[in-house]
Design a protein around this ligand. Structure first.
Ligand code: MSP
Length: 656
């Protein structure tokens, strides 16, 4: 096969922190396409990274009392950890604070200036700080930012401008000559009607009020405004402007810029115009995918918290369900190019129905039967009959159908094709009823053929799944006794029958656990709500400033805490606050009076393990001598919760 090259990029991310599953969408798709093209034996370069400059980062760092770099470093580390957990394998992770990028941007800015494409003037415009975008009055929607709907403010400052207005016709021409340039088609109409036909205005490309940016090296009061800085990453990552342009010469122009639909204007108008001004080739294609929505709203950095009780943190989702489940959901559930809705229930339903039921069952049933009927040794394919030919044709057709879907950039359709084979194979089990064949010795050869066909379908499905899921395909191939690469690549799935009879088949352990969706969603809801409650009202009294003066370990050692078992409990007469309890503390039984009657009934307390301050001077409460105190947590509203141990422990044990 021709060793083609393939260069794919995700837009780089703001290091916002508060990462949510929507943030992973573009990059997981790109990782999948990169893996797919690597499996086609193409020379792939896959780029992602972080966009770290700008007013917003500067402001947040100031709030925290750190430098912008100190602010972004840990967030970048978090994002890289998310990519590790999701098995995203990039070829370069570029940071716009990387030295080579900064130098590259300075060269690009100067080159544009020298060519007369950038000039100095004064800017007045409506600025949306969260989006780092200037808008003209006519672009505002109801006086607010047309992208995010938030407040904008009028700002004036000396700025450099890029002559974007010269490019409207050239970009229209680009779209006309290359109808594939911007996909899906609807995005092209949007650009043409909303931006290009009304005419483009020159673009502000430097700031004097923002210090956290790439300095314009020939006019030090200015920093490069974020979009020229950010967009240039696609070429600086390949060494453009660095003196070593081998990667640039090899991989540029990019085959695909994959971005969310809200930043299409930057990728399909501004970026091509900058490249035209630099006399550089244009990317071959820009794809504007849809959003992951929660409750009908884009799952955005700022809204993720408010919206609902869904668990959206990608790290937590991967830790809970595994990387394959999260990747599968992202790639399968959201119709490509359109928006999709994210709920925990939709994720769990996908896991159960497609992964645990369809795929998991097929693999476990088949490998279990081969072990039961053939001692775990794959039988000969033998004579074919009945629906075998149809099964084989579905299996042999998958490669081409997946290829067509991937060429159309439609990952969900590709997965649908693979799962069509999985469904067909499950149906084949019901049609051939191997458990009945197994009862009749004369049907042994037929039973063998059925087992062979199933195992081969599973192998083909597993190989085809490799770009999408990164853990289970190899596991499945392992169960089929395949460890070498020879039957693991795309060349082996176009024709049925690569699997060798005699292979040792292992009885598969469950690939995906079936989840009790009702229980799990209830648990998640509880978890998210309790977290939100804790975040919202970390009351003054619980803040660290309120902590009492430091004590030494010797001071602490004066307090003797012991576990106690509540033997009896009763209300103290004429008091609605107090409970009188007899508490066994090791060998002795003490009377303890505690102010917990509003929160616990006497019946609830009996049998509970509590923590007792055992050497507290006895005190009289309502005429009763209390020989110790029970520890409780007190929330901001004064509600008490007794402190107990996580597992059973004898009474009288020391607590420290
Ligand atoms: N840093 C800019 C891009 C600069 S490009 C040179 C940026 N960053 S972002 O963090 O806001 O978004 C990064 C990517 O994540 C974008 O493609 C964006 O569309 C995508 N998503 C962020 N939230 C999303 C969803 N809720 N759903 C799907 N993708 C979304 O824009």
């Amino acid at each position: 096969m021709e060793n083609k090259k393939y260069y794919i990029t995700t837009p780089i991310y703001y290091p916002s922190g508060n990462w949510h599953i929507g943030h992973t969408y573009t990059t997981v798709i790109c990782d999948t396409f990169a893996r797919y093209h690597k499996m086609l034996k193409e020379d792939v370069f896959f780029l992602t990274g972080t966009d770290e400059h700008g007013q917003k980062v500067e402001g947040k760092a100031r709030e925290k009392g750190v430098t912008p770099k100190q602010f972004v470093d840990p967030l970048v580390a978090e994002l890289k950890e998310i990519w590790r957990l999701l098995d995203v394998k990039y070829d370069r992770f570029i940071r716009t604070t990387d030295e080579d990028h900064v130098k590259g941007v300075q060269k690009i800015f100067k080159a544009l200036y020298d060519k007369g494409k950038i000039y100095k003037s004064t800017y007045e415009g409506w600025y949306c700080t969260p989006c780092e975008s200037f808008w003209t009055k006519t672009q505002l929607v109801g006086g607010k930012c047309p992208d995010c709907g938030r407040e904008v403010k009028l700002e004036t400052e000396e700025s450099y401008f890029f002559r974007l207005s010269e490019y409207a016709d050239k970009i229209l021409e680009l779209y006309e000559d290359n109808p594939e340039f911007l996909q899906p088609r609807s995005r092209m109409n949007e650009m043409v009607n909303n931006f290009l036909k009304p005419g483009l205005q020159d673009l502000c490309v430097s700031r004097t009020s923002v210090k956290w940016g790439v300095p314009v090296d020939f006019d030090r009061g200015h920093t490069v405004y974020v979009w020229i800085d950010a967009l240039s990453n696609y070429i600086t990552a390949l060494g453009y402007g660095s003196g070593d342009e081998r990667l640039f010469n090899k991989f540029w122009p990019a085959d695909l810029h994959m971005t969310g639909k809200e930043i299409i204007r930057f990728h399909a108008i501004i970026w091509p115009a900058i490249l035209m001004a630099l006399d550089l080739p244009l990317p071959k294609q820009v794809y504007g995918h849809g959003w992951l929505l929660i409750g009908g709203d884009k799952l955005s950095k700022s809204k993720a918290d408010k919206v609902s009780t869904e668990l959206t943190d990608p790290k937590e989702l991967v830790e809970r369900y595994g990387c394959d489940c999260v990747r599968y959901f992202l790639l399968r559930e959201i119709p490509f190019g359109s928006d999709g809705v994210y709920t925990n229930e939709s994720l769990l339903t996908r896991i159960n129905s497609d992964l645990a039921n369809d795929l998991g069952n097929l693999v476990s049933r088949t490998t279990a039967m081969i072990n039961q009927y053939f001692g775990g040794v794959l039988p000969e394919r033998g004579e074919q009959e009945g629906t075998d030919a149809e099964l084989v044709s579905v299996a042999e057709g998958v490669y081409g159908k997946v290829q067509a879907a991937m060429n159309a950039l439609d990952a969900p359709a590709a997965l649908e094709e693979i799962f069509r084979l999985i469904d067909r194979a499950n149906k084949y089990i019901d049609e051939t009823t191997p458990w009945i064949l197994a009862k009749d010795d004369s049907k042994k050869a037929r039973l063998g053929a059925v087992m062979y066909n199933l195992a081969e379908c599973i192998r083909i499905a597993a190989v085809m799944l490799k770009p999408y899921l990164t853990v289970c395909p190899d596991k499945i191939l392992g169960f089929l006794g395949i460890d070498g690469e020879s039957v693991k690549d795309f060349d082996t799935v176009k024709e049925f029958g690569c699997l060798k009879a005699g292979a040792k088949i292992e009885k598969a352990s469950p690939l995906f656990p079936r989840i009790d969706i009702k229980k799990e969603t209830a648990e998640i809801e509880k978890l998210v709500l309790s977290r939100k409650a804790a975040e919202q009202k970390a009351p003054e009294s619980h803040k660290n400033e309120d902590i009492k003066p430091e004590i030494t370990i010797d001071d602490f050692a004066k307090i003797q805490l012991k576990t106690g078992l509540v033997l009896t409990a009763e209300k103290v007469e004429k008091s609605d606050k107090l409970l009188k309890m007899s508490v066994r503390v090791g060998a002795e039984t003490r009377t303890i009076v505690s102010g917990i009657a509003k929160y616990y009934t006497p019946e609830e307390m009996v049998g509970k393990t509590v923590v007792v301050v055992a050497n507290l001077k006895p005190a009289k409460l309502r005429g009763i001598t209390s020989e110790g105190m029970i520890l409780c947590g007190e929330d901001s509203e004064g509600k008490l919760t007794i402190v107990t141990t996580l597992s059973e422990i004898e009474s009288g044990a020391t607590v420290r």
